[in-house]
Design a protein around this ligand. Structure first.
Ligand code: GLC
Ligand code: MN
Ligand code: MN
Length: 422
């Protein structure tokens, strides 16, 4: 610091990575790659390769190959990789011998770094062909969309994936009146049916289990009005009678996509759990009623995230936790792998462990048991007596919330902020 101007001395470009590294160390440790690999944490190709571009944003980072992403994930300890078809195969190479050549290289990369491919997904939103959605009026566009979905199923089996994800993208409209919403939904269902039928065929040929087909909703972006805006809308489609194999289709909710429409993500997850359809989960963070900012898990709503993980642990969710976030534009190519991904994984693991502590916590446990036991009333008690009987007990709701925050702050482990002992 210059004592007269109060200005910091500029940091030479060559010293900056060293500074970030030193401050990362000062954050106080990290999980080992071995520990990280024990969790079913999956890393998308597109998340690590995101260059920081958007409608108002030019890229801030350079392209990254799948070889590089897989190598870096292995080093960090992310045991699983997933991809859109066109993240790795250019649109004009889909279904050609170039696709086979690329898949060969992917398999080799995964194998030499000890990673598995967990999930494949079809990009049905970026290319101009999907301007009117994958369920567009034109039968040739729909046939093309269907061929892409079927091709992705084959890629999934080839790479050993267990899941296929469907985010419908522009299934909706900007201007009103041109489409018949019911017809579009039915046409969308036909695409899913084609994917499931192809899956049954290929799985049989390969002696593999069929994939789990998981639908992912987002309430807005990229169209103004979206026909399947929430996980609940997806459940309605699954149970609509329009799917030939509803038992093969479940959900991939994204935490932020539920928050974006102002929902309680835990309530959305609970409805999916209740229907037996919570199969895959995109983990990230962000703000209610805002755009899809895809911030790293736990950076915005750690308390809610803690509760999400308590819910999932309590209901034995055993599917993947997919790191579908976007490293901020201010993070460098180097920072993506040395700060973004390792810290996201470590926050997740820490919150997972804290969720375990919540479930074991004697204060919370006793409070919940007492609430479930209810208040004592004599037989034939009237409404006043029933109300009075739990009056003091219900204060425990707030006490439990306080205790959860204490656990988040580490107070249950002896971190104190009080000036007197009780
Ligand atoms: C897009 C979406 C992302 C989704 C993925 C899978 O990248 O932005 O949320 O999970 O597609 O299809
Ligand atoms: Mn997602
Ligand atoms: Mn998102």
């Amino acid at each position: 610091m210059n004592p007269t101007t109060g200005k910091m001395k500029p940091i030479p470009a060559g010293d900056q990575q060293g500074l970030v590294e030193r401050l990362m160390k000062a954050c106080g440790g990290a999980y080992s790659a071995e520990t990280r690999r024990k969790y079913y944490i999956t890393g998308p190709q597109w998340a690590a390769a995101y260059e920081g571009h958007a409608l108002f944003h030019a890229p801030t980072r350079k392209p990254v190959t799948f070889e590089e992403v897989i190598r870096q994930y292995a080093e960090i300890g992310i045991g699983y990789w997933c991809t859109h078809d066109t993240d790795v195969i250019p649109a004009d190479a889909i279904g050609t011998p170039r696709q086979d050549e690329i898949l060969g290289r992917i398999k080799q990369s995964l194998q030499s770094h000890g990673l598995e491919c967990s999930m494949v997904t079809t990009e049905t939103f970026h290319h101009a062909v999907f301007a009117a959605s994958p369920a567009a009026e034109s039968p040739t566009v729909r046939e093309y969309a269907s061929s892409r979905l079927r091709n992705t199923v084959r890629i999934g089996h080839e790479l050993g994936a267990k899941f296929a994800v469907y985010w419908p993208g522009s299934l909706g409209y900007q201007v009103q009146g041109a489409i018949d919403e019911v017809q579009v939904l039915e046409r969308y269902a036909e695409g899913l049916n084609a994917a499931c039928e192809e899956d049954i065929k290929v799985a049989k040929e390969k002696g593999r289990a069929t994939l789990k087909h998981c639908m992912e909703a987002k309430p807005f972006e990229p169209a103004a009005q979206i026909l399947l805006p929430s996980s609940d809308a997806m459940l309605a489609l699954i149970f609509s009678g329009k799917l030939t194999h509803p038992e093969m289709v479940g959900l991939n909710p994204e935490y932020l996509h539920e928050l974006m429409w102002g929902a309680a993500p835990r309530a959305a997850l609970a409805r999916a759990l209740m229907c037996g359809k919570l199969w895959h989960f995109d983990i990230n963070d962000g703000y209610p009623l805002k755009h899809d900012v895809d911030i790293g898990v736990g950076l915005v709503n750690p308390l809610d995230w803690l509760n999400v993980l308590v819910l999932l642990r309590s209901h034995n969710y055993n599917g993947p936790f997919n790191l579908d976030f976007k490293p901020p534009r201010t993070t460098s190519n180097w920072g993506v792998f040395s700060v973004s991904f390792p810290t996201a994984v470590d926050r997740f693991i820490t919150m997972w462990e804290m969720a375990g502590e919540v479930m074991e916590d004697p204060v919370i446990r006793e409070a919940q048991q007492a609430l479930n036991a209810g208040g004592a009333v004599s037989e034939g008690a009237d409404v006043v007596a029933i109300t009075e009987a739990t009056k003091e007990l219900l204060t425990l709701h707030e006490l439990i919330a306080h205790r959860l925050v204490q656990i988040l702050f580490g107070q249950h482990r002896g971190r104190t902020f009080f000036d007197q002992k009780s």
